[in-house]
Design a protein around this ligand. Structure first.
Ligand code: SAM
Length: 253
């Protein structure tokens, strides 16, 4: 059994093994707690680099003017806001998230930025999407898959709602490839993040969960295999910032 394996009937919630039925509620509590400070914390934790990763993720996505796009686990809307420029006025963007608090912050931010037309907000679980087959040209999920209880179900759903030829893109924390950097990264994850969480979000535990959940997420090759097993064609990935995050792609054949 390796660190990414799970015992029958249980799953990971950070470093804890919890009953499968409990994980969604525990993840929900994390994001309800951090929704108001989520954007500030992202900037503090990553020193703003998450903005570069997200820009690159969207700039290199396979999408054109007028496309219909689903951004899953869309949270406070960073990816959807960037996608707006790619799909133009004729495009349609659906921001889906399981958490009402995150969706509300996302919708308010979008309205504040003047992004109103062409956006739809849907509270939904990535594991069981309320959309017909073949209804999107692109499906994205950024820093979301890690939190989903049944990742295989979510990948199958992403494939189902894609049109033939469409792309699924996953942006997620992954496995750092530079050995010299690992101790620094561990120090930042386990010592700095919970302190930042306590100071700026009055919540150290949620940021401890963040660090632990990253370590439990399937690394690059494992996630690629999961996408292949879900039925995606031409699966591949690209590491960013030495594997701190990776972008995985798959297509519907
Ligand atoms: N995509 C946004 C970004 O990059 O800033 C938000 C990422 S945030 C770390 C993770 C999001 O995943 C949260 O908004 C959470 O509510 C959502 N989430 C967790 N489990 C989910 C599920 N099963 N289905 C849909 N969304 C989920």
């Amino acid at each position: 059994m390796n660190e990414h394996d799970e015992r029958p009937g249980t799953t990971h919630f950070g470093f804890r093994d919890v009953p499968v039925a409990d994980k969604q509620k525990l993840v929900g509590e994390v994001f309800s707690s951090v929704a108001g400070s989520y954007d500030l914390m992202n900037d503090l934790m990553s020193m703003g680099i998450h903005r570069v990763w997200k820009r690159y993720f969207v700039a290199t996505a396979q999408v054109g003017r007028g496309a219909r796009v689903l951004d899953l686990a869309g949270g406070t809307g960073d990816i959807a806001a960037l996608l707006r420029d790619r799909v133009g006025d004729a495009g349609e963007l659906v921001l889906g998230d399981i958490n009402g608090s995150m969706l509300r912050v996302g919708r308010d931010r979008m309205v504040d930025r003047g992004n109103v037309q062409g956006f739809e907000y849907v509270q939904c679980n990535a594991q069981a999407l309320p959309f017909p087959d073949a209804s999107f040209d692109l499906v994205t999920i950024a820093f979301g898959l890690r939190n989903v209880t049944d990742k295989d179900a979510a990948l199958s759903e992403m494939l189902r709602v894609l049109k033939v030829g469409g792309q699924a893109r996953v942006l997620e924390f992954s496995e750092v490839t530079m050995d010299w950097f690992k101790p620094i990264y561990d120090f930042h994850s386990f010592k700095v993040l919970p302190r930042l969480g306590r100071l700026f979000a009055q919540d150290a535990d949620s940021y401890r969960y963040l660090a632990e959940s990253i370590r439990k997420h399937p690394p690059q090759e494992a996630l690629k295999s999961m996408m292949e097993a879900a039925g995606f064609a031409r699966c591949g990935y690209r590491n960013l910032t030495g594997g701190i995050v990776a972008i995985h792609d798959g297509y519907k054949a």
